[in-house]
Design a protein around this ligand. Sequence first.
Ligand SMILES: CCCCC/C=C\C/C=C\CCC/C=C/C(=O)SCCNC(=O)CCNC(=O)[C@H](O)C(C)(C)COP(=O)(O)OP(=O)(O)OC[C@H]1O[C@@H](n2cnc3c(N)ncnc32)[C@H](O)[C@@H]1OP(=O)(O)O
Length: 300
Amino acid sequence: MALTVGLRPLTRALLRPWARVPGAALGRPAAGSGDGVRCFGSPRVLVEPDPAAGVAVMKMRNPPVNSLSLEFLTELLISLEKLENDKTFRGIIITSDCPGIFSAGLDLLEMYGRDPAHCAEYWKAVQELWLRVYLSNLVVIGAINGISPAGGCLLSLSCDYRVLANNPKYAIGLNETLLGIIAPFWFKDVLVNTIGHRAAERALQLGFLFPPSDALQVGIVDQVVPEDQVQSTARSVMAQWLAIPDHARQLTKNLVRKPTADRLLQQRDADIQNFVRFISRDSIQKSLHVYLEKLKQKKG
Ligand SMILES: CCCCC/C=C\C/C=C\CCC/C=C/C(=O)SCCNC(=O)CCNC(=O)[C@H](O)C(C)(C)COP(=O)(O)OP(=O)(O)OC[C@H]1O[C@@H](n2cnc3c(N)ncnc32)[C@H](O)[C@@H]1OP(=O)(O)O
């Protein structure tokens, strides 16, 4: 897929793609990879390659909550692009390195009190990550080992298969309305594609965050397993998906997903402008302020 990572050169230059990860670089072999295979990545994205299996585990580590900041999105994009272009890999497992949190979703501080140019750049990166994961030629499996609201849920929904840890503290869903904001049409489309129109209508309006048993029942995840089996289950599922010839699976995936992606691809700039207009409204900025204050107060 020929997507450009449409971020300002400055943003990219600020990052150090493929910087060796401290600790990982110091000789920690990737799990199951045998001698000589080392983890790599960037400060916020740890990649554990298993070349023999053709699989890489991508661990998000942007503590405390893996919020999708511009820098984090950029690093994720660079990792994905690199894996996509490396013929060694046929599948990736996306998971979290932050205990109890898969991803807290979009970084609210990228949308609150920012100027329009920044919001536009941020939204372009959000679009880019979605398109890259959703249309990836690789098999993408989400090993969801923590709470996964809003943008975290979108990332999960963009995987080919989702395994959620069975922990009552974890929940997944598009909860935007609870923040006084709305899920854009392409978030909505992916949810409708996954759980159906009626269930999505209720979930979106009420901002449902589904705990594991409800998540499985509504179909927002494919499997719920004990927490200590999330990674091994993702691996077994990956083996099933990799048993299918790549070209047939990729063409089929494209057939199913392209119409949804095209809806955004045909109006990316308009979508950015809509976002910037919407998020810049005083009323929306106030809602974000109130929500951020609530998060602070929760701490006591
Ligand atoms: C009509 C025209 C329409 C046009 C429409 C166009 C576009 C649509 C417009 C907008 C679309 C926006 C889509 C938005 C998507 C999103 O993803 S919004 C983010 C949603 N996320 C959440 O609601 C999660 C919020 N966080 C939490 O609930 C909790 O933090 C937690 C994840 C459950 C973790 O709890 P806990 O472990 O107790 O940690 P803390 O709450 O103490 O958090 C630690 C610090 O992290 C900060 N933080 C948490 N989440 C975020 C976040 N998403 N962004 C930034 N920062 C976050 C939190 O404030 C704490 O910070 P401090 O330590 O206090 O500094």
